[in-house]
Design a protein around this ligand. Sequence first.
Ligand code: FE2
Length: 328
Amino acid sequence: MPRLLALGIESTAHTFGVGVVDSDGRILSDVKKTYIPERGGIHPREAAQSHARNAVNAVREALADAGVKIEDIDLIAFSQGPGMGPCLRTGATVARTLSLSLGKPLVGVNHAVAHVEVGKLVTGCRDPLILYVAGGNTLITCLVERRYRVLGETLDIAAGNCLDHFGIMAGIGPMPSAERLAQSGREVRPLPYKVKGMDVSFSGLLTAAEKLLRDGAPLEDVCLSITETVYSMLTEVVERALAYTGKNSLLVVGGLARSRRLSEMLGSMCSDRGVSMYVVPPDLAGDNGPMIAWTGILQYLNGQTLTVEESVVKPRMRIDEVEVGWRG
Ligand code: FE2
C-alpha cells in the first residue's frame, strides 16, 4: 500500500494544533498555537477567535516542517468532539475548507480516542487499560468489542481542571504550579475524597481546598493536600479497574500524564501488581495535531470518512460512540 499523508487539526480547547503524520506512524510535524487567557480560565469565544487568527500560519508551518506540499496530503482529519463548541467549529471550518478545495477526504476524529491512539503508537503498548487525565477529561477506558468502554470517569469536573482552577484562584496560575509548590508543602490536610466505584468527583474537593486557603492554611500545604488527594483518588480507581479487567499494562495519556508525582504514585501501584506502565511523552501529552492526523489515518483506512454535511461538531461526543474497526 502506498504511504498516506494526513493533516490533522486539533482545536477542542486552548490549543490550535496542526500535525502531519504518515501511515507508517511517523510524526512529520507538530505545530501548536496556544491561546493564553489574560486572566481566569479559557473563554471559548476568545479561544476560537485566537484559533481563527492562527489557523493559516499553523497549517503553513506544519506543511513546511514536514517538508511536504498541501497537494501531497491524502486526507484531512479534525477533532469533532468533545470540546468547546466555538473552538471545535473553528477547526472544523478550516478542515472542511481544505477538504473541499483540495478534493481530499474529510475524517472526524474523537479527541479522546486520538489521545489513546497516539499513546499506543508512540509507546508501542498493546491492549492496555487507559487513564486519560487532562484539563477537560478524566476517564478510565479499555477496548472491548470494538469500542473504548468507559469503566470510570469524573462525575463533575476533570482532575486537571480541578488543579488548574485551584492554581488560578490561588494566584499561582494553572498546572504545573500547584504540583511545584506542593514540593515545599509539609502537611497533607484532610480534603473530601470522593471515589464511587471507578468514578471520581473533584468539585467538592476543589471548594474545600479553596476554603482551606481562605482560612489561612499555608499555600504550599494546600497545594500538597490537593495534589496528593487528586492523585490518590486516580490511583485507587485505576487499581480497581486493573483488578476488574485483569489487564497487565496501563497507558497514561492527556496533559496530566506530564505530572511526575502522579506517575510516581501510579508507577508504584503498578509495580506492586506486576503491571507495566506506559506514559505518553510530554510533547504528545497535551492536545496536539499529530494525534488527530494519526487517528484520521486509522479511520480512513477503515472507511470512516465524512461528507461536509455529516461533519457537524459534537461538543459532548463520548469516547464509546466511536466504532474502533481498525483493531481487535
Ligand atoms: Fe485533550
